[in-house]
Design a protein around this ligand. Structure first.
Ligand SMILES: [Ca+2]
Ligand SMILES: [Ca+2]
Length: 224
């Protein structure tokens, strides 16, 4: 990931970002447009402070810096990128973009996130999806995590006696497909190997990337 190498420099201003256009997959004009969009989307700490979201029993991080907050992020994913996944996944996506857990997405994280989102390599997209699905960040997707993710994705049938049974079966099936080394949990290596075999499994636990069509149409809005 070439763009990551540049970031220890601590880039925080728009002019600095544009000077570094060589480090991204974006053209200079696109970067300028992304910076402009960023400026329109940012809020300050407290500006949007609503009731605290509780995700997987953990309260979400409060916004401590100026940046794109989770409410704006969710709207952006829904309206601009047509990503209509449910809230747990959107929250995971937000946490992956907000790398320093500051409760808001800084300029550099915004550009980095979009770099993967819109022009990322297959490997970068794999890493992104894996981080989202690894709910407790321990480096493995477990059957419990699959269960939670799939349970949220699937529509409940009220007539079923045990609605969780189908989800358990599906998690079992997913584990069998993805756990290449058969140690009972899915490491990044397992996931990478399985997706090379079967690319459609990349977003097996819910959509977290825009479609090709959405990427093209978003990128076309950045042209001068
Ligand atoms: Ca995990
Ligand atoms: Ca494994």
């Amino acid at each position: 990931m070439t763009s990551l190498i540049a970031w220890p420099l601590g880039i925080t201003t728009i002019s600095q970002t544009c000077e570094l256009s060589n480090f991204f997959c974006f053209f200079r004009a696109e970067l300028e447009a992304l910076c402009k969009i960023y400026c329109k989307l940012i809020t300050s700490p407290g500006q949007h402070a609503g009731p605290k979201t509780i995700i997987n029993g953990m309260p979400s991080t409060a916004q401590t810096i100026e940046g794109i907050d989770r409410i704006i992020f969710r709207e952006l994913m829904h309206n601009t990128f047509d990503i209509l996944t449910e809230d747990t996944l959107i929250e995971r996506m937000f946490c992956c973009w907000d790398r320093d857990s500051e409760g808001a997405i800084r300029l550099e994280a915004w550009i980095l996130g979009l770099d993967v989102f819109l022009r990322g390599t297959q490997r970068e997209k794999l890493e992104f999806c894996f981080r989202i699905y690894d709910l407790n960040n321990d480096g493995y997707i477990t059957k419990d995590e699959m269960f939670q993710l799939l349970k949220n994705c699937l529509i409940k049938q009220p007539s079923e006696e045990d609605p969780d049974e189908g989800v358990r079966d599906l998690s079992e099936l997913a584990l069998r497909k993805l756990d290449v080394d058969r140690d009972g949990k899915v490491s990044f290596q397992d996931y990478e190997t399985a997706i090379k075999e079967e690319p459609l499994l990349l977003e097996a636990f819910g959509q977290c990337l825009p479609t090709e069509e959405n990427c093209v149409s978003f990128l076309s809005t950045l042209q001068p």
